[in-house]
Structures are given as structure tokens and as C-alpha cells.
Design a protein around this ligand. Structure first.
Ligand SMILES: Nc1ncnc2c1ncn2[C@@H]1O[C@H](COP(=O)(O)OP(=O)(O)OP(=O)(O)O)[C@@H](O)[C@H]1O
Length: 239
């Protein structure tokens, strides 16, 4: 006779919901303390979730993206990354918090150091965080996953197209395996086929690593296809 299955007990561990990748609460931020661009804005991106942020030009989407990426300090409000507070630091947030977010901007030529080869551009965050040994292991696969191969990696930004440079910027944003990727108009300067290739590369990466995404843009059709949900900037303001 087989042993009867044990009765379930109420001591079974409760199911835990993972912390959201990003929680912004009551964010007030801008460039002039008297006239903030963002006033008490709140936004949550769940663990592994993809959220598209839409809104009219100048409403503050990029400012919000920069707050989420810990590149712009808010005047008020709280920022949590994967449940950990990332606000209120005297200088800037510690490195292990900053590296939980990767960011890609609209204009790769403004974001990329013109002196570095694409290989060095992608690998630099690994070197800067003392993980030099991982460069040889991780770089070829990551570069290939964003569609960069052959001699492109040995070229400098002025020797490649905007699309190729943006692929390198995407790989750089992913090289430390962030929990959250922020794409601020990542494809705004690119043609349809390069846009499709970059979005596919992000999606492939997210499928493999469960990375959450905050994608800022104007292209509603693209963001609705790409993301789990889209939000209008105005809905993030207090009611
Ligand atoms: N570095 C800065 N210094 C001063 N003002 C800035 C700076 N960056 C942005 N602003 C201003 O903040 C406001 C919001 O800009 P932001 O770029 O966040 O808007 P956006 O919604 O992303 O716009 P777009 O869709 O056109 O990119 C604008 O009025 C802009 O002029």
C-alpha cells in the first residue's frame, strides 16, 4: 500500500510576490526648484513588466526616465528599485543600486564616448565595476544578440551608422544585467527595420533574463505592440 500523501499544513510558506522593478512615488523634479517639471508623479513597473510611457512633447517623460535611472535627483518623492530605496542619498546612490538600471537614450552620439571602440563602449561598465574578467566571456554573445558582429566592434562611433551605434549603446545598457531597462525614445532616430531589430533584441533579452522595461516614446503603435501596457503621462499625476 502506498503511503498516504501528507496533509497540507498551514505552515506552508506563503507565496511571495516579487518587489516591483521600479516604484516612483510623489516625484517632484525639474531644473528650476520654483518651477518643477514633474509634480507628485507616481509610477510602478512590476518585476519583469514592460511599460510604455506616452505623453505630449515637453510634459516631462525624459525627466521621469532620468529620475528612474537615478540620473536626476528629485526634489521630493521616493524611488525604489526592486524594493530597495534609491532616494535620499547625500551624494548619489551606491553603485550596486545604480547598476540595477540600464538606460538607452534617443541620441547615441551624445551618449557615446567618441574615443572608445564599440567593444570598449559596451565593456566599459564591466571594467568600471571590477568585472574585467567577464569581458571576454560576455561581450561576443551580447554584441551578437544586438546584431553587432565582424569588424564593427573594432570601430569608433564616427565609423558606424546611428543604428549600429545605438545597438552598441543598448548592449552597454544590458552588460551589467540590470533588473530594469529604461529606453528613452531609443528608436526615434532609426528607420523601421533597425527599430524592429532593436525591439526584437530587447525582447529576446527580456525573455531570457526577466528584465523589466520602461519605454518612453511618442509612437503609440510601437509601444502598444512592444509593452505589456502603456500609460499616459497625465494619469501619473495626483487626482
Ligand atoms: N537640462 C535641462 N535644463 C532645463 N530644462 C530642461 C532640461 N531638460 C529638459 N528641460 C525642460 O523640462 C521640460 C520637460 O522636458 P522633457 O525632456 O522631460 O520632456 P519630454 O516629455 O521628454 O519631451 P519630448 O517628448 O519632446 O522629448 C521641458 O520644458 C524642457 O524644456
Amino acid at each position: 500500500m502506498p503511503e498516504p500523501a501528507p496533509e497540507p499544513t498551514c505552515e506552508t510558506a506563503p507565496e511571495t510576490t516579487p518587489e516591483p522593478a521600479l516604484e516612483l512615488r510623489g516625484i517632484t523634479a525639474g531644473y528650476d526648484r520654483r518651477e518643477p517639471v514633474l509634480r507628485e508623479v507616481s509610477l510602478t513597473v512590476g518585476d519583469g513588466e514592460a511599460v510604455g510611457l506616452l505623453g505630449p512633447s515637453g510634459c516631462g517623460k525624459s525627466t521621469l526616465a532620468r529620475v528612474a535611472a537615478l540620473l536626476h535627483r528629485p526634489q521630493a518623492g521616493t524611488v525604489r528599485l526592486a524594493g530597495r530605496p534609491a532616494h535620499g542619498f547625500h551624494h548619489r546612490a551606491p553603485r550596486e543600486l545604480r547598476t540595477t538600471v540600464g538606460v538607452v537614450f534617443q541620441q547615441p552620439r551624445l551618449a557615446a564616448d567618441p574615443r572608445l571602440t564599440l567593444a570598449d563602449l559596451i565593456a566599459e561598465p564591466l571594467r568600471a565595476t571590477g568585472r574585467r574578467a567577464e569581458v571576454r566571456v560576455r561581450l561576443p554573445a551580447l554584441a551578437a544578440s544586438v546584431g553587432l558582429g565582424g569588424d564593427l566592434l573594432a570601430r569608433r562611433p564616427h565609423e558606424v551608422s546611428d543604428g549600429q551605434l545605438q545597438r552598441a549603446c543598448l548592449a552597454r545598457a544590458l552588460v551589467l544585467r540590470p533588473r530594469l531597462l529604461v529606453c528613452d525614445e531609443m528608436t526615434a532616430m532609426l528607420d523601421a527595420s533597425t527599430t524592429a531589430a532593436l525591439v526584437a533584441a530587447v525582447e529576446e533579452y527580456r525573455r531570457e533574463h526577466g528584465t523589466a522595461l520602461l519605454a518612453v516614446g511618442h509612437d503609440r503603435v510601437l509601444l502598444e505592440r512592444w509593452c505589456d501596457r502603456t500609460v499616459e503621462f497625465k494619469t501619473l499625476l495626483p487626482r
